[in-house]
Design a binder for this molecule. Structure first.
Ligand SMILES: Cc1ncc(COP(=O)(O)O)c(C=O)c1O
Ligand SMILES: N[C@@H](CCOP(=O)(O)O)C(=O)O
Length: 465
């Protein structure tokens, strides 16, 4: 399987090279040159597989079978806290929470990053190379990436988080990991600033080459590929390919819902997608009125979705523009310079035929957490609640179609919001019981590329020495 850049100016390459590259050199995102498609019989043959084997099969279709992907997948998911890895919990007659938070850091990011850590190890050992991973987090990617990469011999990792804009649990899950190859930096800015800094480091060609930069954010195609299998698992469990399903995803960087879209592109019968946003509602505004204009990021009770510039939208845009890389590059350049993305009407109509957007403010989020607790006895985190509210507000027209809601984080990551809504303070699992007493280590830096590059260089040099 070969991958091309959405902006058309980077050389095509294979899965392994895409894993190491992260962002394409032309600033674009890698996508498969052509999408694998499965027949009905091939989907049926995947039913009943244990999750790790299913994940390995799907990843193999994207070229990961050059690696020992089955063994890696079994090892990656062996430590998850539920034997099904991704259990489905029924919330009402047609809505199912797909719990993606049974990994070590209690959010859906573990689903991909536990695999990516092992992939990096395998490829780097084979090549005798070392990389510096730089990542941006609004709260969850950071801890999942650190957990996946801590103490790995050939990896240094630097994670940027927005100062004072994550939950305490989220921050501490990152900053209390004192492994020598891990560095945390709190940026005096929002998540978009952190993500911009990461992309700017990749676009600084000499720095990128000197540091041998790699990515763990969903700009890295391997992240998306490893998020596709859980939608397949859920859909098959609910009757696909012989029954349609719908999907609702609480959305920020557009990676998780793009993975669901990819499953549909591969032939899984998904009738449509609902995108749940908090007050940072750029995607909902786009779907409602073709208004893709970035506003300042505002803090909310679902901080991991406090995002305005959704990286992975570029991958969908490339498809909506019939894979016209020049038009994609031009649109993205205008978005960067003008803060607005001019999407042709026909492409917007195509998007609205598949995706619907829903916005929920903080009061609504608390009310939804309360509703789930009182009606279904289900304790949801604020991100998941945005997804379930969206699913209920915008159900599929056909009442026979079940809705899969991505349950993206464990409620214990956001105890304050959950307690406000329900009076119940969800406890952390035993292995994290002393999280609030552990030593924290992180730097605070301004939103300044040179200052961040200097810190990354010092971290990588110290470990390479
Ligand atoms: C708990 C949680 N829910 C939802 C999201 C949004 O997912 P995505 O950025 O893939 O749209 C995130 C962050 O990515 C998250 O951490
Ligand atoms: N919500 C994310 C933001 C980064 O998203 P990613 O999927 O691109 O890594 C987070 O929790 O950090």
């Amino acid at each position: 399987m070969r991958y091309v850049s959405t902006r058309g100016q980077a050389a095509p390459r294979d899965f392994e090279a895409v894993l190491l590259a992260g962002l394409a050199e032309d600033g674009g995102l890698f996508v498969p040159e052509s999408w694998p498609e499965l027949t009905t019989a091939e989907w049926r043959a995947l039913r009943g597989l244990p999750y790790p084997d299913l994940a390995a099969r799907i990843l193999g279709l994207f070229g990961a079978d050059d690696m020992p992907i089955e063994a890696m997948s079994r090892d990656a998911y062996a430590g998850f806290g539920h034997p099904a890895v991704v259990p489905l919990v029924q919330l009402d007659h047609r809505t199912f929470a797909l719990e993606l938070f049974h990994g070590p850091t209690l959010a859906f990011k573990d689903m991909a990053l536990q695999l990516l850590g092992r992939m990096f190890d395998h490829v780097l050992e084979k090549r005798g190379e070392r990389v510096t991973i730089v990542g941006a987090t609004s709260g969850d990617t950071g801890s999942a990436a650190i957990e996946a990469c801590r103490d790995r011999a050939a990896v240094d990792i630097v994670i940027l988080h927005p100062e004072n804009r994550t939950s305490d649990v989220q921050r501490r899950q990152m900053t209390t990991v004192l492994a020598p190859n891990v560095k945390n930096i709190a940026i005096q800015g929002d998540f978009d600033a952190c993500q911009d800094l990461v992309k700017a480091m990749f676009n600084d060609a000499p720095f990128r080459a000197e540091m041998r930069l790699s990515a763990v954010n969903s700009i890295n195609w391997a992240r998306i590929a490893a998020q596709i299998p859980y939608y397949v698992a859920a859909a098959l469990a609910l009757g696909a390919p012989d029954r349609e399903v719908a999907v609702s995803v609480p959305t920020g960087n557009f990676g998780n819902v793009l993975a669901a879209w990819a499953a549909r592109r591969m032939g899984l019968p998904i009738s449509g997608f609902v995108i749940g946003s908090n007050r940072n509602d750029i995607l909902a505004r786009f779907l409602a009125a073709n208004d893709m204009s970035a506003k300042p990021v505002e803090p909310s009770l679902s901080p991991s979705m406090d995002i305005q510039v959704s990286s992975n939208f570029e991958r969908l845009l490339f498809e909506l523009l019939d894979r016209d890389a020049a038009a994609t590059a031009q649109t993205m350049t205008r978005f960067r310079s003008e803060g607005r993305m001019p999407i042709p009407h026909a492409a917007w109509k195509q998007a609205t035929a598949l995706f619907r957007g829903f916005t929920l403010d903080d009061e609504g989020t608390l009310a939804e957490i309360r509703h789930l607790w009182t009606k279904a006895g289900y304790l949801a985190d604020p991100h998941t609640a945005v997804g379930t509210a969206a699913a209920r507000a915008l159900p599929p027209a056909d009442p026979a179609v079940p809705v899969i809601v991505a349950a993206t984080a464990h409620p214990a990551k956001f105890p304050d919001a959950v307690e406000r809504a329900t009076g119940i303070r969800p406890p952390l699992p035993a292995r994290l019981h002393d999280l609030h007493n552990r030593e924290e280590r992180f730097d605070v830096l301004p939103d300044d590329l040179r200052a961040v590059e200097t810190a990354v260089r010092a971290h990588a040099r110290r470990n390479a020495a």
